[in-house]
Design a protein around this ligand. Structure first.
Ligand SMILES: [Zn+2]
Length: 206
């Protein structure tokens, strides 16, 4: 069994967990529901999402490439993906994949996308009984919003747009700083292209 196959099983087990299935919120007009993760688990099980070790962005510890439907993780120690931070990282990146899968052809603001993934991972960690950071504006806000989302019993929890823009602004400035250091420019808005399933056959040059 290859390590990448074992990593795929770790991703599936996080996606199929009770905690992940209980995630439910809406932010910036995007819904993230437990059953979406079940749908994503099907796409992962059918190899419509590529899962690889090694990241393209040297500043990232994990990433999702929506143009190739690929999840990449830098830590090659499989044991990491059974720890609270490893599982939270899986949920974060899978939420990027989920937004891509549920919004084909739709423009999504990068900072909203990032906010949603951070919130999903925080809700997941709380539901899984893992400890989460609460220090500072960023982690403190995420913790407060995630706690409210978990407390809501009826209907879908809609994140206050002001809270979204507050946290998204923190993420946007961090993103801009990282891009500047790398000498790149990043778009504010990205067009999601969905996850193709079954995957188209690889093109062979003639
Ligand atoms: Zn992210």
């Amino acid at each position: 069994m290859s390590d990448e196959f074992k990593l795929r099983l770790k991703v599936l087990s996080a996606l199929n967990s009770k905690a992940c299935g209980a995630i439910a919120f809406q932010a910036a007009g995007i819904s993230v529901m437990g059953y979406h993760y079940g749908y994503l688990a099907d796409l992962v099980a059918q190899y419509c999402v590529d899962i690889k070790f090694g990241v393209v962005d040297p500043a990232a510890s994990a990433e999702y490439d929506h143009t190739t439907d690929t999840l990449r993780f830098s830590n090659r120690n499989l044991g990491f993906y059974a720890t609270p931070s490893g599982r939270a990282q899986i949920i974060h990146e899978c939420t990027h994949a989920l937004i891509d899968a549920t919004h084909p052809g739709k423009p999504v603001r990068r900072s909203d996308n990032e906010f949603i993934c951070w919130l999903a991972q925080t809700i997941y960690s709380l539901l899984a009984g893992d400890s989460v950071r609460r220090d500072g504006d960023f982690h403190g806000s995420l913790f407060a919003i995630a706690s409210d989302a978990i407390r809501k019993r009826d209907g879908v929890f809609v994140v206050d747009p002001q809270a979204v823009s507050f946290v998204a602004a923190i993420l946007r400035s961090a993103d801009a700083l990282r891009a500047k250091k790398a000498g790149k420019t990043v778009p504010d808005i990205e067009l999601m292209d969905g996850i193709r399933c079954p995957r188209p056959p690889a093109m062979e040059p003639d």
